[in-house]
Write a protein that binds this ligand. Structure first.
Ligand code: PHE
Length: 373
């Protein structure tokens, strides 16, 4: 007559005696037996529930003692067939026992929930005193930083920033700039030709032509960008390097404006105590033309190893826009004048930081870049 409880995996559950409830004849003895059995079951259930250590064990106990196939539920189902007076006494006892088991289950469930939460919090505990993993920072290439600083200075002096194409018409790069066909800088040795009449610009000066053709004076424009020359690479030469072109055109621009502007740019970049000097030079598209230098910071003009004994470091070329260039873009040289300059940001940056090899700018060696964070 004993009905077995199916054991759960890995768990041995002995057969439990079943209730008599639901059998056809109930006498006082059987009712007393059932009440005893009910009490045993209640005590056993509470003990098993109490021992459950996790949600899974508790769920097993819940199914076993209050689930559909549990002894108590079977007893409740058998109630219908009892005499009314038996039903009253037994029914109340079964319901009380069931209610108590359910309360114990709920309390245990809450406890296990708390425990599991504690366990989880402990395992996920973050020690805020541990040192973090350092995040690797990127570094700005000093040449780019130099270009940005120079453009900022120029912007503050009233120059608008403009860009021209790297792939340029031969006529813009040369002819319009008054560079005749037989000029040495047109030599195939120096210029990368894309086709007969298209080149990689060898200077940013063709942007002068583009701007003057597009806009009317007064003009004050700065044009940053790469330029390309077919040259062997060494510490001070590259086949691609940076330039910033400057151009100002108005009715009364003089050489003094040019000198003042370039001196301002250099001294804002290097420091106001660094002398700037101008030397006569020749460019086909400026007249007069000059090259300008910054005094060597190491020897203060006396000459040392870092300036090649010159005492000065060359920064770029400049001059008053040649009347023929003004004519080429339809400007009247009788009414308008202008100055133009080429800034070599590579040189500015090298002199500022004592960098002796141009190639460092292009290698992106972190040991080098890291110094300019
Ligand atoms: N374009 C010249 C060069 O590359 C520099 C320059 C620019 C000179 C503007 C005069 C005026 O050497």
């Amino acid at each position: 007559m004993a009905s077995g409880v199916v054991p759960r995996t890995g768990q041995f559950v002995p057969n439990e005696p079943a209730f008599f409830i639901g059998e056809n004849s109930m006498d006082d003895e059987r009712i007393a037996d059932d009440l005893n059995r009910l009490n045993e079951l209640r005590v056993q259930a509470i003990a098993v529930i109490d021992q459950a250590e996790d949600g899974e064990a508790l769920e097993t106990a819940r199914v076993r003692f209050t689930g559909k196939k549990s002894e108590i539920n079977k007893a409740l189902a058998g109630m219908a067939r009892l005499q009314p007076e038996d039903r009253r006494s037994l029914g109340a006892a079964v319901n009380t026992a069931k209610g108590e088991i359910e309360r114990v289950l709920a309390a245990k469930s809450a406890e296990i929930h708390r425990l599991e939460l504690d366990r989880r919090l402990e395992s996920e505990l973050v020690d805020v005193t541990l040192p973090g993993v350092p995040v690797r920072r990127g570094y700005t290439n000093p040449l780019l930083a130099g270009v940005r600083e120079l453009l900022e200075i120029l912007t503050k002096l009233g120059f608008a920033v403009y860009e021209g194409p790297d792939v340029e018409w031969d006529s813009y790069n040369f002819t319009m700039l008054n560079i005749p066909r037989d000029h040495p800088s047109r030599d195939l040795q120096d210029t990368f030709y894309v086709s007969d009449d298209v080149v990689l610009r060898t200077q940013t000066s063709p942007a002068q032509i583009r701007i003057m053709q597009q806009r009317r004076p007064p003009l004050r424009v700065a044009v940053p960008g790469f330029v390309y020359r077919n040259e062997a690479e060494d510490a001070s030469h590259g086949d691609r390097f940076y330039q910033i072109e400057g151009l100002a055109v108005d009715t009364d621009i003089t050489l003094a404006d040019l000198k003042g502007t370039l001196t301002q740019v250099a001294q804002r970049f290097f420091g106001s105590d660094r002398p700037v000097r101008f030397r006569p030079h020749y460019f086909p598209f400026t007249e007069p033309s000059a090259e300008y230098d910054i005094q060597c910071a190491v020897c203060q003009g006396a000459g040392c190893r870092s300036c090649g004994n010159e005492g000065w470091l060359e920064l770029g070329g400049a001059g008053m826009v040649h009347p023929r260039v003004l004519e080429n873009v339809g400007y009247d040289p009788e009414k308008l004048s202008g100055f133009a300059f080429g800034i070599g940001p590579d040189r500015y940056t090298m002199s500022k930081y004592g960098i002796t090899d141009l190639r460092l700018f292009r290698e992106n060696d972190l040991r080098f870049l890291r110094q300019f964070s």
